[in-house]
Design a protein around this ligand. Structure first.
Ligand code: NAD
Length: 500
């Protein structure tokens, strides 16, 4: 069993602090550390310092900025084991998932190093003779990064690596439930900045410790050119209104309600493997967790039996033990929501086929371990349209494919989705404009575990934005369109003749 004290020491985190924010481990409910919240009246000064840093950082050539991100990746490689373990302590993810999260941060650094040499604009043909048009991408300004408790390292890195290569300083506001993993990831960046030397301005990367009040103060600050916020839909609604009021930019990565369609042509071996990881990974506390299955009635019974069998063999327990597959829920409130949601599902005609119980209470009286629940629903009832951040898997039978697609899309959220089918028509239809309405649509795999190369994000109440991968770097820059006249005349566009 790794020693938390050594890990905190290695990662330069407080051990004997006596701050006003207790960081609780969901593994056993113990206090990991007491950290100091940032005084609220310091936030505007931090934002000003970030703006000053911007004026210098934006003039460092982008490939040099990429070099800083390369150094960050190296620092993260050196402490992958420690941060991965800390994520397990702080979030309750199994160690493999904790390590995977740090690897995701390393991967985004690698991607952004290459991207720093490819912040391409277009050259555009002009309708006027001896004219040329082009677009350029310029640094945008300070970026506020607000993260959710469940991905404290990777989501920060997605945003910060993109922002830094694009010429933008960052201010991190990690979740008050898991600030240490975020700060450890930031400390790795600060070590990289030290190695990078004088080209990096002071205050290129800062952090604010606190909760929603701290976040709100940062979000409303006019120096924050971009606010990238990851979390619940209610948080996103508040951030969107505040940022819109000052015409700032935002990236919102909010809740998901991710589904799978298992068609009559599905390979059930693949389906079961995808379902189990998708539904119980991180104890159902991923934004991309699998929450709803629509299965063709010809396969429904067999699929249900096989999922029940797979669930029966899941090892639930301390996420640091090697054989554990399901760790705890984050806290008591999450457990109460798990229970009340199951009660509502029952009242709407659902049958809890297995799971839904609190376990290990005798060993961990202050922690919340549960058996992941499988609930057979008569159809898609109102409770299924809400995201419950816990391992509840609803299963609904369907007879015709159009109904399955309709039910699949008939929720307010639009993050991730998937189909299990060996039938080309079904698969292509699912991927077409008439199919899944989500930002992510997968085939013969589950909805979670995205790679960083693809744009990540979703539609509808998920926010509509993209945080990383593909051309998401553009969100961290501003575009200028330039028209250049190299003639000795002054022709006007649209053939307008003015004064001659
Ligand atoms: P949360 O909304 O409670 O908190 C997220 C962050 O927002 C925290 O840092 C919190 O301090 C801050 N915050 C809370 N209220 C705020 C407000 N009014 N204004 C500004 N900031 C505020 O979410 P959580 O419980 O930490 O995380 C779970 C949620 O996050 C789920 O809904 C999940 O789907 C979502 N999530 C989405 C993604 C994605 O990429 N789409 C990734 C991870 C998590």
């Amino acid at each position: 069993m790794p020693h938390l004290r050594n890990i905190l020491e290695d990662l330069e985190l407080p051990i004997d602090g006596n701050g006003d924010l207790s960081v609780i481990s969901p593994i056993d409910g113990s206090t990991i550390a007491k950290v100091f919240q940032t005084p609220l009246n310091e936030i505007s000064q931090m934002a000003e310092r970030s703006q000053t840093a911007f004026l210098k950082w934006r003039n460092i050539p982008a490939p040099r900025r990429g070099e800083l991100v390369r150094l960050w990746g190296e620092e993260l490689r050196a402490c992958k084991e420690q941060i991965g373990t800390l994520i397990s302590f702080e979030v309750g993810k199994i160690l493999q998932e904790g390590l995977g999260e740090v690897q995701e941060a390393i991967d985004i650094c690698d991607l952004c190093v290459g991207q720093s040499r490819q912040l391409f604009g277009k050259t555009i043909t002009s309708e006027r003779p001896e004219h040329r048009m082009m677009e350029q991408w310029h640094p945008l300004g300070p970026v506020a990064i607000i993260t959710a408790f469940n991905f404290p390292c990777a989501v920060f890195a997605w945003n910060a690596a993109n922002a830094l290569i694009c010429g933008d300083p960052i201010i991190l506001k990690p979740s008050e439930k898991s600030p240490l993993s975020g700060i450890a990831t930031l400390n790795a960046l600060l070590r990289a900045i030290d190695k990078f030397g004088d080209e990096a301005p002071d205050d290129l990367a800062q952090a604010i410790i606190g909760g929603a009040t701290h976040s709100k103060s940062l979000v409303s600050n006019p120096h924050m050119a971009l606010v990238s916020a990851t979390g619940s839909t209610s948080m996103g609604r508040s951030v969107a209104l505040s940022v819109a009021q000052r015409f700032g930019r935002r990236i919102l990565e909010l809740g998901g309600n991710n589904a799978m369609i298992v068609t009559a042509h599905a390979n059930l071996d693949l389906a079961v493997r995808a379902i189990v990881f998708g539904a119980v990974g991180t104890c159902g506390q991923r934004c991309t967790s699998l929450r709803r299955i629509f299965v063709h009635s010809s396969l429904s019974k067999e699929l249900l039996n096989r999922i029940e069998q797979a669930y029966a063999s899941l090892k639930i327990g301390n996420p640091l033990n090697e054989d554990t597959l399901v760790g705890p829920l984050i806290d008591k409130a999450a457990f109460e929501k798990f229970q009340s949601t199951l009660n509502r599902a029952k009242s709407e005609g659902g049958e809890v086929r297995s799971g839904g119980e609190r376990v290990l209470e005798d060993i961990y009286s202050e922690a919340y371990y549960v058996t992941p629940a499988i609930v057979k629903m008569p159809t898609q009832t109102p409770i299924m349209r809400e995201e419950t951040f816990a391992p509840i898997l609803y299963i609904v039978d369907y007879d015709d494919f159009d109904t399955a697609i309709h039910l699949h899309n008939d929720v307010p959220q639009g993050l991730s989705s998937c189909i299990i089918s060996d039938n080309m028509q079904e698969v292509e239809y699912f991927l077409s404009v008439n199919g899944s309405d989500c930002g992510i649509a997968n085939v013969n795999m589950g909805p979670s575990g995205a790679e960083i190369g693809g744009a990540f994000g979703g539609e509808k109440e998920t926010g509509g934005d993209r945080e990383t991968g593909s051309d998401a770097w553009r969100n961290y820059m501003r575009r200028t369109t330039n028209a250049i006249n190299y003639s000795h005349d002054m022709p006007l566009a649209q053939g307008i003749s003015f004064g001659r």
